[in-house]
Design a protein around this ligand. Structure first.
Ligand code: SAM
Length: 308
């Protein structure tokens, strides 16, 4: 299946299910404008897969958000994210998987230029919560400035390696997930040999998406649909529920809809609601009530007023 076709397999899925006499499920999608540190709308042990990308600690575009939350240090920022990771553990089923896209940060603090290893902090936190760390993926982003090296030019020893990879960390809650024998939804959710060979290798070479020029889109740093598409196909089956506690522009919801998975997304910034609706083609989904149900919940967020 070519990368282009593979992004929209609804037709393929409906052909497979028809040929096997299996009816595809009507899926439900909840978009909560609120704070994922408290996901009251999600029951314990009810989510099969989490795919998300949080605000990155020590990366400039997230400075305002963290500052307004009262997070001054690297530790404070990770303590904030940890409150969400704790909720993630609560809502995941036994055998459920969490995939977290995160990049490390390079920054000069107190006159010293250094790395802030977000990925290792998140691994430590998930381990502390008792989840199992699985082999992770390195997402190699094509650099927009191939010659932008940092440090002492061509003279040793004070130059720095360029950060051109982000991480997709993968964790499992509890034991291996179990299925009933010949579970029909599991069987129609298979991947091909080509897909497996590409997706289960450690380095993914995927173009980042071009951020639009307006302030909100640039600040939200959306991830490419291809990443979410692969992760959902690798770690969930048709009819499962996928959660994104940092929904941003709605990428996870959109891909989950296309793949016949249910979804729940939390986004604290209510200004993004309009963008999310556009992203998921809300008008079109209204025309498909037999296939999809979409619900929006606008909560009074605890920190919304502090941010804006
Ligand atoms: C890196 S962006 C996610 C981008 C998203 N993956 C996309 O493709 O558009 C992180 C998002 O998390 C949101 N956020 C931060 N703290 C949150 C919280 N406690 N609850 C819900 N959303 C939060 C931010 O407003 C931001 O939109």
């Amino acid at each position: 299946m070519s990368a282009k076709n593979s992004l929209y397999p609804e037709r393929v899925l409906s052909e497979i299910s028809k040929s096997r006499g299996i009816e595809l499920p009507k899926t439900q999608h909840k978009i909560v404008i609120g704070d994922s540190r408290q996901m009251d709308e999600v029951e314990d042990n009810s989510v099969h897969l989490i795919v998300t990308s949080p605000p990155y600690p020590m990366i400039e575009i997230w400075d305002d958000l963290f500052r307004n939350l009262g997070c001054k240090t690297f530790d404070d920022m990770h303590n904030y994210l940890s409150e969400v990771w704790k909720e993630c553990k609560r809502v995941l089923i036994d055998g459920g998987i969490a995939c977290i896209n995160i990049g490390d940060a390079l920054r000069k603090v107190d006159g010293i230029f250094r790395l802030f290893p977000n990925h290792s902090r998140i691994i430590e936190e998930f381990e502390r919560l008792g989840l199992i760390t699985l082999p992770y993926i390195l997402w190699k982003k094509p650099t927009t400035k191939p010659n932008a090296f940092l440090g002492s030019g061509f003279l040793p020893t004070n130059a720095y390696v360029t950060l051109d990879c982000e991480y997709i960390l993968i964790f499992r809650k509890g034991n291996l997930r179990r299925f009933s024998p010949k579970d029909p939804y599991r069987y129609i959710s298979y991947y091909t040999k080509d897909e497996r060979d590409l997706w289960f290798s450690q380095i993914w070479d995927i173009k980042g998406i071009k951020q639009e020029s307006d302030e909100i889109d640039r600040r939200v740093a959306a991830y490419p649909e291809e990443i979410v598409y692969r992760l959902i196909r690798m770690f969930s089956i048709v009819g499962d529920t996928v959660l994104d506690p940092f929904l941003g522009t709605g990428t996870t919801t959109k891909v989950a809809m296309n793949l016949y998975r249910n979804s729940i997304g939390y986004e604290i910034d209510e200004k993004l609601l309009k963008i999310i609706k556009k992203r998921i083609g809300y008008q079109e989904t209204l025309l498909e009530p037999k296939r999809l149900k979409v619900e929006f919940i606008l909560k009074e967020s605890r920190i919304k007023k502090e941010i804006y």
